[in-house]
Design a protein around this ligand. Structure first.
Ligand SMILES: Nc1nc2c(c(=O)[nH]1)N[C@H]1C(S)=C(S)[C@@H](COP(=O)(O)OP(=O)(O)OC[C@H]3O[C@@H](n4cnc5c(=O)[nH]c(N)nc54)[C@H](O)[C@@H]3O)O[C@H]1N2
Ligand SMILES: Nc1nc2c(c(=O)[nH]1)N[C@H]1C(S)=C(S)[C@@H](COP(=O)(O)OP(=O)(O)OC[C@H]3O[C@@H](n4cnc5c(=O)[nH]c(N)nc54)[C@H](O)[C@@H]3O)O[C@H]1N2
Ligand code: SF4
Ligand SMILES: [Mo]
Length: 741
């Protein structure tokens, strides 16, 4: 079909029901935001209530909880008391999860792109038609180009079934923006240093930390539940917090020290801290001696990185750099220099996070109480499936010699490799996009659109008519997490736990769970042997049998705690072998040296904003997750648009008033949607800030449409991490424009 449709047009609207904005669904009153901690036992005893076990899909912390119904109607969602990710409390987004289910703008039926009266439109299709279409296209691509010319982009629980399907089909090109646009550099930096990743939930022992250092990491706005709870606990217990942020974040307001660093210079600060810790002999000598490799090289390398050297770079005064370094050493090893999560900032991110990992090693905090614990290891067997065919080509072939230390596929790389170039023998021809809204998620959106124009097949699996669905050939409406089973959530953490997600409601409209989609699609592709279980119930039951449990038990208890057979901390004096080349914690990285990169991080200056421009940085709001919750009836009511934070003096200089709407224009002339101004002292003069996820352009999301601005529209420049391909996204600069009258 899409051969006849020459250029893919964005399908804006389906005609019906465009008028009048829907008001909140009335359910808001029923959802209790004020007291998220509710005693489940007490609730279940109330007449007419029933509960179903779930784990939350409103973000990727995956808190376990209970969905309550009263007289058959949705009532409330609460945290599961036995769950270490939530400790019985949900965050506002989790509590508002009911809104994902009730949202009237949801995708309702499968859709197929067709040409009608010279215009591209979606027509409603049956599931069988949709699967026929997809299978036919996939087979054509396989025949003409090879199965590996189809890629999967995924974020979220159901992605695993699509991954299984695609691998069975012969392609291992599976990418998640949570790697190259998020925590990839962190995982590779810790891997290079300790031979292990940080993982999610982070293995940070914050509840026992006496000193916490946050670089960016805006905990409290970044609302990862258990982590925020531990942070609050540590602060209440008197932990000393050092926050490094060009903005006075919520975390900064809880801190003993706020260091309003000049953005893009954190590596210089980290090296100066390392300098002070080494040259004032504040490091953990026994730990360094016993466990680390390359101390002398490190010492020599940071010799010139004095606080006086770092001062003009970072604008942090030398005495403050010394004082904060001493503060960290005072509480070590119960000092946690937080490794961050969204770390794709400036392109040298693996090196910056390496410096962070090195600093933790000098403080002896890895494997120590109050630093990083060794997460529990839970093994819950998966049912056997046949081996996948051999994968002939990988995304790597598109980038010979590049990103040698990337351990996962790079979404932005797959996007690039979809745009044909003379050197490349094959570019990607098909994308399956599960639960990730690429136009708002991958930087350089104009590249994403160009790549899309070169596809023969684009399948979008989503619950909402998000922007990506407007570009798809086939749209598959998934039911929400409250209407489906999914695979078990296995959290390592301090105690290994297994949590169940079971359907609390029947799927609304003609939406279906991803497992069912993949099993049906597998039949059309003759790949059903990769989906041996007819239902999720039977799959889950078999999995749970391997730990002596059953689906029935999990339906009753929701969360099962397993034994942790390992110690959380290193035993004093015990020898350990680390999974690095030297078997030690590598202050000097042998792998980086071999691959031709700095084995010890070195500071290199980044580009500065031109005259009249300000650096654009972005972050989170506690009541929203990226762009995925903006249309949620309950959460939209809590925050319906974002603001751009501008320093008071800068605003005065431009004559910009608080509350007025302006347009941001970046160094390449890209303009934002109109955005409200927040004039504040809480940000540096050279930086502006906005929350990511707003500025939706798809009218089918009636609440979110045209509210606030999309930071991604201004991220037309990226700085790619040469080590692992992460896309540094904070090297864009904006100036201010008045709205056209
Ligand atoms: N409510 C909510 N919580 C979430 C999410 C969500 O969507 N909503 N998303 C989750 C996900 S997937 C992730 S990855 C995390 C992301 O959350 P974090 O990992 O905390 O993200 P950061 O980029 O570290 O934090 C943004 C902060 O960095 C500051 N900053 C900007 N530039 C610089 C700089 O050059 N140096 C320093 N030191 N600071 C700088 C900004 O001012 C801002 O305060 O949040 C998670 N938690
Ligand atoms: N400009 C900019 N870009 C960023 C970031 C940023 O701060 N600024 N943050 C980066 C980070 S840290 C990350 S982790 C990524 C995250 O990026 P994404 O994972 O792409 O996050 P969302 O934009 O929320 O897109 C999620 C999509 O999943 C859909 N969805 C929600 N629930 C379900 C479900 O149950 N099933 C299915 N099938 N679909 C569902 C939503 O409707 C939405 O379309 O973005 C990265 N990109
Ligand atoms: S942190 Fe909030 S949104 Fe994320 S999984 Fe937990 S309750 Fe849900
Ligand atoms: Mo992320």
């Amino acid at each position: 079909m899409s051969q006849q449709l020459k250029r893919r047009e964005f399908i804006k609207i389906s005609g019906a029901g465009v008028g009048g904005m829907m008001a909140g669904s009335g359910l808001l009153q029923a959802v209790d935001f004020s007291n998220p901690q509710t005693d489940s036992e007490e609730l279940i005893e109330r007449k007419g209530t029933e509960r179903t076990a779930t784990y939350c899909e409103m973000c990727f912390w995956k808190c376990a909880g209970w969905v309550y119904k009263k007289d058959g109607k949705p009532w409330k969602i609460v945290g599961h008391a036995e769950d270490p990710n939530s400790n019985g409390r949900f965050c506002p987004r989790g509590t508002g999860g009911i809104g994902a289910y009730t949202d009237k703008d949801r995708l309702k039926t499968p859709l197929i792109r067709v040409q009608k009266n010279g215009k591209q439109v979606f027509r409603k299709a049956t599931w069988d038609e949709a699967f026929e279409y997809i299978a036919r296209k996939m087979n054509i691509i396989k025949e003409e180009h090879g199965p590996d010319c189809i890629a999967l982009f995924t974020h979220g629980s159901g992605g695993s079934y699509f991954k299984n399907l695609l691998r069975g089909f012969g392609s291992n090109n599976v990418a998640a923006p949570s790697y190259a646009q998020c925590r990839g550099p962190r995982e590779e930096a810790y891997m290079l240093t300790y031979g292990e990743v940080v993982g999610s939930p982070e293995r940070t022992d914050m509840q026992n930390s006496k000193c916490i250092v946050l670089l960016g990491s805006h905990l409290g706005e970044n609302m990862h539940n258990g982590q925020v709870q531990e942070f609050v606990e540590a602060v209440a217990g008197g932990a000393s917090v050092i926050t490094v942020d060009p903005r006075f974040s919520t975390a900064a307001s809880k801190s003993k020290y706020w260091l309003p660093i000049k953005p893009a210079t954190d590596l210089a600060l980290l090296l100066a801290w390392i300098h002070v810790i080494i040259y004032e002999e504040l490091y953990d000598k026994e730990y360094v001696e016993q466990y680390t490799y390359g101390f002398e090289q490190l010492k020599a390398s940071v010799k010139h990185n004095t606080p006086e050297w770092a001062y003009p770079i970072t604008t942090i005064k030398p005495h403050l750099i010394r004082e904060t370094a001493r503060e960290m050493a005072r509480y070590a090893p119960a000092t946690l220099v937080h490794p961050g999560r969204h770390v794709t900032w400036y392109g040298d991110d693996t090196q910056r996070v390496r410096a962070n990992a090195i600093l933790n090693a000098l403080l002896g905090s890895w494997g120590r109480r109050g630093g990083f614990y060794a997460p529990a290891k839970a093994k819950v067997k998966k049912p056997q499936i046949p081996d996948y065919p051999e994968f002939k080509r990988s995304w790597r072939d598109a980038f010979p010699g590049k990103y040698p230390l990337a351990n996962l596929a790079i979404s932005s790389g797959i996007c690039d490799a979809t745009i044909p170039t003379p050197e490349r023998d094959c570019s990607f021809k098909g994308w399956i996009v599960y639960g990730t809204n690429l136009p708002l998620t991958l930087p350089q959106p104009e590249k994403t659109y160009e790549a899309i124009q070169n596809l023969d097949l684009l399948v979008a699996v989503d619950i909402m008519p998000s922007e990506i669905t407007g570009w798809a050939d086939v749209v598959l409406p998934e039911c929400t997490y409250l209407e489906r089973y999914d695979d078990l959530r296995i959290s390592q953490g301090r105690v290994p736990t297994v949590a169940l997600r079971a359907p609390a409601f029947k799927p609304k409209y003609d939406s279906k769970p991803a497992y069912w989609m993949d099993r049906e699609l597998s039949k059309k592709l003759n790949l059903q042997h990769y989906f041996p279980h007819e239902t999720m119930e039977s799959y889950l039951n078999e999995r749970l049998k391997s730990i002596g449990s059953s689906l029935e038990e999990l339906q009753q208890i929701g969360v099962k705690r397993l034994d942790n057979l390992y110690s959380l901390y290193y035993l004093n004096g015990e020898d350990y072998t680390f999974a690095t080349a030297s078997g030690k914690i590598e202050l000097y990285s042998t792998l980086l040296a071999e691959a031709g990169y700095d084995p010890i991080p070195k500071y290199k200056a980044h580009e500065e904003p031109p005259e009249g421009y300000y650096r654009l940085v972005y972050g989170r709001a506690p009541m929203h997750t990226f762009g995925r919750t903006i249309n949620n009836p309950h959460l939209h009511d809590l925050k319906s648009e974002n603001e751009v934070w501008i320093n008071r003096k800068v605003a005065e200089l431009w004559g910009i008033r608080d509350g007025e709407y302006i347009i941001l224009e970046n160094q390449d002339g890209k303009q934002s949607n109109r955005i409200k101004v927040k004039v504040t002292e809480r940000i540096r003069h050279d930086t502006v800030y906005m929350v990511h996820g707003f500025g939706h352009t798809d009218k089918r999301m009636r609440r979110a449409y045209n509210k606030g601005a999309d930071d991604n529209a201004l991220i037309s420049k990226v700085h790619v991490d040469p080590i692992m391909g992460g896309t540094g996204m904070r090297g864009n600069f904006v100036t201010f424009k008045r709205e056209a009258a």
